[in-house]
Design a protein around this ligand. Structure first.
Ligand SMILES: Nc1nc2c(c(=O)[nH]1)N[C@H]1C(S)=C(S)[C@@H](COP(=O)(O)O)O[C@H]1N2
Ligand SMILES: [Mo]
Length: 405
C-alpha cells in the first residue's frame, strides 16, 4: 500500500473503529496499527467466558474448565475452540457454496446455502464434540500439540440438513468409501494452496441420520470461530471430523487422504504399545468412535462443603457412538463405588446428565471420582489409558477435590 493511502486508511479506520479521528496518523510508522484498533482480547472477540483458558493464539485454541460445562446444552461462551489454521475472513454468506465432488459422485454438484436450506428438511440434534487430544496434557512421555486438560468437549444443539440427503440428491457410486471435507480456513503459512486440515469419515458415519451439514448452533447462526456459515457435524467421533467453514465435500473411493489423515494425526497404535515406543505407520489406526468418559461439572474442584449438609453433585457422561449404561462415584479413592442417577440422552450422540447426593463421614479433605460405563460394558480407566504418540483418547476418570468442614 502506498504511504498516502495507508495514512488515509488509518485515519478512516480510526473514524470507523474508534469513532474519532487518529490525529498524527501521518506520523504513524508504516505497518503499525493503533492499539485502539487492534483486535480485542479473545474473550471479547469470540464472546467467551473469562474463565476459559487460551492455549494458543496462532492458531486460536481455547478450552473450558469442568465447572464451566455444567449446562445441559453448551452455550457458545463455554465452548472450546480448536483451530488448525486461520479463521476465514470476509465471509459472504450470500455467495457461499457447497460443492459435492470426488471419484465416487456421478457428477459434481454445487449448492448455495439458500438451496441447501430450501431443498432439504432441517433437523436439530444435540451432539457431543470432543477433540481427540482432550486430556493430552497428562501423557508421559509428553505429546506435542495443544496441552488440553479436560475442557475440549462440548454438547451444543446443531441445526442443518442431513449429509445423507444431500449425497442422495447428488447421486453417489457404489464404490463410495469415505467423505473428506474441504474448508475455507487458511493454512498458517497463508499459502492458499495448502489446507490446514481436511479430514472425514467412512460412508457409514457420513450416512447416519445425525451427521449434519449445520448452519445453526443453539438456535442462532453458528459463531464464526465454530464454522459459520456451514459446518459438518459428526457427533461421537473426534471433533476433527466435524469440518468447520465447509465449502466442499469429496466422496472418495478410498480412505480420504487430506492433511491430518495420516501419520500420527488422529491415529493411534492399532494395538497397545509401551510409552515412548516408535510405531510403524502401517500399525497406526484412524480414531473413530470416542471412548466412554465423564466430567463432574458441579461442584467446582476445591469446593468447601459443610459436613451437616448433603452434597448434590452432577455432570455429564458420553460414550462416542454408544450410550452410557451407568455412572458411579467414589469418595474413598476408588475403594467403594456408589451408583449415580443417570438420564437418557436427549438424542443419540448427546451426552447424558448424571447426579448423586452424598454425605461425608467426618471433616477433612476428600476427592470425588466419577467413572462411566458404556453400553458394551467398558468403563473409564482410573489411570492414564494407553500411551500413543500424539496423546489422544485420554478418558481417565475425572477427580475433584472437596474440603468438608
Ligand atoms: N476447517 C476446519 N475444521 C475443523 C478444524 C480446523 O482447524 N479447520 N479443527 C477440527 C478440530 S481438531 C476440532 S477438535 C474441532 C473443534 O471444533 P470447535 O472449535 O467448534 O470446538 O473442529 C474441527 N474442524
Ligand atoms: Mo481436535
Amino acid at each position: 500500500m502506498k504511504r498516502r493511502d495507508f495514512v488515509k486508511n488509518t485515519s478512516l479506520a480510526g473514524m470507523a473503529g474508534l469513532g474519532i479521528p487518529v490525529i498524527y496518523s501521518h506520523l504513524l510508522p508504516e505497518g503499525y496499527t493503533p492499539l485502539g484498533l487492534q483486535d480485542p482480547d479473545p474473550f471479547t472477540l469470540f464472546k467467551k467466558d473469562k474463565g476459559m483458558q487460551v492455549l494458543n493464539d496462532k492458531p486460536w485454541n481455547i478450552e473450558a474448565a469442568a465447572h464451566l460445562l455444567d449446562d445441559d446444552v453448551t452455550p457458545n461462551r463455554f465452548m472450546f475452540i480448536r483451530n488448525n489454521g486461520l479463521i476465514p475472513e470476509n465471509i459472504d454468506v450470500e455467495k457461499w457454496t457447497l460443492t459435492i465432488d470426488g471419484e465416487s459422485v456421478i457428477s459434481p454438484k454445487t449448492y448455495t446455502l439458500a438451496e441447501l436450506k430450501n431443498k432439504f428438511p432441517s433437523y436439530t440434534y444435540q451432539l457431543t464434540l470432543e477433540c481427540g487430544g482432550n486430556g493430552r496434557s497428562e501423557f508421559d512421555p509428553p505429546a506435542k500439540g495443544n496441552q488440553w486438560t479436560i475442557g475440549a468437549v462440548s454438547c451444543a444443539q446443531w441445526t442443518g440438513v442431513r449429509l445423507k440427503d444431500v449425497l442422495e440428491d447428488v447421486g453417489i457410486k457404489n464404490d463410495a468409501k469415505y467423505v473428506g471435507y474441504h474448508a475455507a480456513d487458511l493454512h498458517l503459512s497463508r499459502d492458499p494452496e495448502k489446507e490446514p486440515i481436511s479430514r472425514g469419515a467412512p460412508m457409514a458415519k457420513a450416512l447416519q441420520d445425525e451427521t449434519l451439514l449445520a448452519y445453526a448452533m443453539n438456535g442462532e447462526d453458528i459463531p464464526l470461530a465454530h464454522g459459520h456459515p456451514l459446518r459438518l457435524v459428526a457427533g461421537g467421533w473426534p471433533a476433527s471430523v466435524s469440518g468447520k467453514w465447509v465449502n466442499r465435500i469429496s466422496v472418495r473411493n478410498k480412505v480420504h487422504d487430506g492433511p491430518k489423515m495420516g501419520g500420527t494425526s488422529y491415529r493411534v497404535p492399532c494395538s497397545p504399545v509401551a510409552p515412548g515406543e516408535k510405531v510403524k505407520d502401517e500399525d497406526m489406526c484412524i480414531i473413530e468412535s470416542m471412548p466412554v468418559k465423564s466430567l463432574i461439572t458441579y461442584p467446582k474442584t476445591g469446593a468447601m462443603i459443610s459436613q451437616n449438609k448433603t452434597l448434590e453433585i452432577r455432570g455429564h457422561a458420553w460414550a462416542g457412538e454408544l450410550n452410557v449404561r451407568s455412572v458411579s462415584y467414589s469418595i474413598d479413592f476408588g475403594a467403594t463405588w456408589q451408583e449415580c442417577q443417570l438420564d437418557a440422552p436427549p438424542n443419540r450422540l448427546a451426552w447424558q446428565r448424571f447426579s448423586a447426593s452424598m454425605k461425608f463421614p467426618e471433616k477433612g479433605y476428600y476427592e470425588i471420582w466419577a467413572r462411566a460405563t458404556d453400553s458394551n460394558g467398558e468403563s473409564q480407566p482410573m489411570v492414564l489409558p494407553g500411551w500413543n504418540p500424539k496423546g489422544y483418547l485420554n478418558n481417565a476418570s475425572h477427580r475433584i477435590a472437596v474440603k468438608v468442614s
